[in-house]
Ligand binder design. Structure first.
Ligand code: NAI
Length: 248
């Protein structure tokens, strides 16, 4: 028996990286999986095939999570295709780093729209469905920098702090409807996002991690499985740092 048997999960930005690892883990635990990404290309199709190998329903949808209308349309489509949405993982995210003196309005707006407004869009569209189902689990993918801040990432850190407050607020507002909301704050995780960093920055991060390794997408997927499953049925409004014990 899987931890997520009979549940339907919707994960944003899951063609690769952490979202993909969560989708695979959820399918391995018995969930049907709907995921979105900006485009559903060959790589996203490969992700679909890997998830399908677990024998549960899976479908990928091209959708810009930052767009309110598109999000409502895709959620409606997913509800029609899958019949329910029990788990929502707001995972889609981008970085556009820069020191404040050099940060443009465009850098600020783009990061806030993709990282934070996207979560509002999906929560806004999914909550009525979860209310009718009398339950649901919402997981916002924050970051350790959303808890502690980070130089040259004011836009990203602010968006990730917003995701924590959003989860806590929804947890309070929706608890009586059986809906839980939590945030995960990953530390340094080995994905395309961090592989793009200069070697000296990567080295600097590694030296701060007591467990002396970068995290894997699977480390995050394990915690996302706990928060999605009934094992965490009395956990809401929390932020869990998954960072190898890093003390920023
Ligand atoms: P990634 O860049 O490998 O994957 C992000 C996915 O989101 C991509 O497939 C991308 O196409 C998709 N995406 C981007 N904009 C989108 C949009 N507007 N609509 C729909 N999909 C969109 O990144 P990674 O590392 O897997 O990160 C996943 C989440 O975890 C992000 O929210 C990120 O901020 C967060 N995170 C990552 C950390 C890391 O060390 N890799 C650390 C802390 C948080």
């Amino acid at each position: 028996m899987g931890l997520l048997d009979g549940k339907v999960a919707l994960i944003t930005g899951a063609a690769r990286g952490i979202g993909k690892a969560i989708a695979l883990k959820y399918a391995s635990e018995g969930a049907d999986v709907a995921f979105t990404d900006l485009i559903i290309d060959e790589n996203a199709q490969k992700t679909v095939d890997e998830i399908a190998a677990y024998g549960h329903k899976v479908k990928a949808y091209a959708s810009n999570a930052a767009n309110f209308e598109e999000t409502h349309q895709v959620v409606e489509q997913i509800k029609a295709d899958f019949g329910a949405i029990d788990i929502l993982v707001n995972n889609a995210g981008i970085t556009k780093d820069g020191l404040m003196l050099k940060m443009t309005e465009q850098q600020w707006d783009a990061v806030l729209a993709v990282n934070l407004k996207s979560a509002f869009n999906f929560i806004h569209a999914c909550v009525p469905i979860m209310m009718r189902q009398k339950g649901g689990s919402i997981i916002n993918m924050s970051s350790v920098v959303g808890v502690h801040g980070n130089a040259a990432q004011a836009n990203y850190a602010a968006s990730k702090a917003g995701l924590i407050a959003l989860a806590k607020s929804i947890g309070q507002e929706m608890g009586r409807k059986g809906i839980r909301a939590n945030a995960i704050a990953p530390g340094f995780i080995e994905t395309a996002m961090t592989q793009a960093l200069p070697e000296e920055v990567r080295k600097e991060w590694m030296e701060k991690i007591p467990l002396r390794r970068g995290g894997t997408p699977e480390d995050i997927a394990d915690v996302a499985t706990f928060l999605a499953s009934d094992m965490s049925s009395y956990v809401s409004g929390q932020v869990i740092q998954v960072d190898g014990g890093m003390n920023m």
